[in-house]
Design a protein around this ligand. Structure first.
Ligand code: URP
Ligand code: ZN
Ligand code: ZN
Ligand code: ZN
Length: 499
């Protein structure tokens, strides 16, 4: 096990910053404080000078799809290449999604994803599991996953009709079970029925190109589903996490609900914060198709700024990426019909730089809020905190040394994804990860990797995350309706018997 002493950096957590040294041994932070001395036998200790740099908890990307079998193909970044790209960007943990087909076992999906990820991951990871249909068996498997497999979050799709979509009654059942077992319900919020109807209309107008994708799922379709999911979750007092919040109107729905005290969290993603949906109208088909994901990027170019403002002031809580990459040949499955273009874009490598550039460099948030939305809040919501998401004695040594003044230009020519396109191409970002430490080992430094497939670990997550469930419990106690005490009605009652 490596011993590392990080000297002279500014250690930033979500609640405070201090100039301090950080000493790491056996994969764990052993000391944080000013002027730490190397132990008596300094042999084998790697000393890293972090002066003028920030020392941050490694990023947590709570939304990725590595090697996801989807829309007739499989996403290109596998668990090896995808987690390497994560590390190059300062992210030291991902949470991916195990997605069973309708009618199939959730446990089997979980085991399948484990068998794909375990031999390949270069950083720690966990799994959300999707609920794509409903039965007593699904209900039981959710419980087993929570109690025995370290899963405390389940995603329900309100879109992808006929594939993954579930209806309101199934949502109600799934949310009720999440509440029962102490899990967090997640939703992909888009009205799948409306999308299916609009798709017929758009195709009948002769629109077959990528712009059709946005035209048949405009932002009110996202906002409506978001409100419906919040309403259903609130009716059973289940905590709700809305993944990939892409529009102003959906974000406003979440902000309103939070101001009403509802236990709901919104996750904008790097794509939605860093670029916009005007690309769908680009004249070059492959350029437009490369930006397709669901919900789509929005044509209103002020959307990214708006989402960032809400993220800065806690109306939105976390940033993910939905990293689900397809190369141009895969996207070309839909060259004559936008409904067949595989949905997904990159993000896991560039998320933290985009967030720094558009969030911190722009003056919308400070370094502590950056840490909160890049790492700590995900750790708290998904019950990984304080082992993840914090630099403190006893925390996992997942650390990134961040140069806030340096800049880098994002390009497919230099990125570490398995695809030949980057939706942030040419963007210059302040905020560069110079050293990434995962599990107490320097795995990425100055552009070079020192990590082997399988070095990351699966991280089990306990149910009933305090950060989420303290309020849920209290609301259960005080928000129960009670009957009005009154004397029984003693008057006449009409007869309803039919003559
Ligand atoms: O377009 C997307 N988002 N692809 C991945 C699947 C999903 O809906 O998260
Ligand atoms: Zn989704
Ligand atoms: Zn473009
Ligand atoms: Zn996704």
């Amino acid at each position: 096990m490596q011993k590392i002493l990080i000297k002279g950096g500014r250690v930033v957590n979500d609640d405070c910053s201090q100039v301090a040294d950080v000493y790491v041994e056996d994969g764990v932070v052993k000391a944080v404080g000013p002027n730490l001395q190397a132990p008596a036998q300094p042999a084998g200790i790697q000393v890293i000078d972090a002066s003028d740099k920030l020392v941050l908890p490694g990023g947590i990307d709570p939304h990725t799809h590595m090697q996801f079998p989807f829309m007739g193909t499989q996403s290109k970044d596998d668990f090896y290449q995808g987690t390497k790209a994560a590390l190059a960007g300062g992210t030291t943990m991902i949470i991916d999604f195990a997605v069973p087909q309708k009618g199939c076992s959730l446990l089997e999906a979980y085991e399948k994803w484990r068998s794909w990820a375990d031999p390949k991951v270069c950083c720690d990871y966990a799994l959300h599991v999707a609920v794509t249909w409903w039965s007593d068996k699904v209900k039981e498997e959710m419980k087993i996953l929570t109690q025995e497999k370290g899963v405390n979050s389940f995603k329900m799709f309100m879109a992808y009709k006929g594939v993954y979509m579930v209806g309101d009654v199934e949502l109600h059942s799934a949310f009720s079970q999440c509440k029962q077992i102490g899990a967090i319900a997640q939703v992909h919020a888009e009205n799948g029925d409306l999308i299916a109807e609009s798709t017929k209309k758009i195709l009948s107008l002769g629109i077959t190109g990528p712009e059709g994708h946005e035209l048949c799922r405009p932002e009110e379709v996202e906002a409506e589903a978001t409100l419906r999911a919040i309403t259903i979750a609130n009716s059973v007092n289940c905590p709700l996490y809305v993944v990939h919040v892409m529009s102003k109107s959906a974000a406003k729905v979440i902000a309103d609900a939070r101001r009403q005290g509802k236990v709901v969290f919104g996750e904008p993603i790097a794509a939605g914060l860093g670029t916009d949906g005007t690309h769908y109208w680009h004249k070059e088909w492959s350029h437009a198709a490369a930006h397709i994901l669901s919900p789509p990027l929005r044509p209103d170019p002020s959307t990214p700024d708006f989402l960032m403002n809400l993220l800065a002031n806690d109306d939105l809580s976390v940033t993910g990426t939905d990293n689900c990459t397809f190369d141009i040949c895969q996207k070309a499955l839909g060259k004559d019909d936008f409904t067949k273009i595989p949905n997904g874009v990159n993000g896991v490598e560039d998320r933290m730089s985009i967030l720094w550039e558009k969030g911190v460099h722009s003056g919308k948030m400070d370094e502590n809020r950056f840490v909160a939305v890049a790492s700590t809040n995900a750790a708290k919501i998904f019950n990984l905190y304080p082992k993840k998401g914090r630099i403190a004695v006893g925390s996992d040594a997942d650390i990134v040394i961040w140069d806030p003044k340096a800049t880098r230009k994002i390009s497919a020519k230099t990125h570490h994804h398995a695809i030949d396109f980057n939706i942030f191409e040419g963007m210059v970002c302040h905020g560069v990860p110079v050293v990434t430490i995962s599990r107490g080992k320097v795995v990425y430094q100055s552009g070079l990797f020192n990590v082997a497939p399988g070095e990351g670990r699966y991280i089990s997550r306990e149910p009933f995350s305090e950060y989420v469930y303290k309020r849920i419990r209290q609301r259960d106690e005080v928000c129960q309706p009670v009957p009005v005490k009154r004397a029984p009605y003693a008057g006449k009652v009409i007869s309803t018997a039919l003559k």
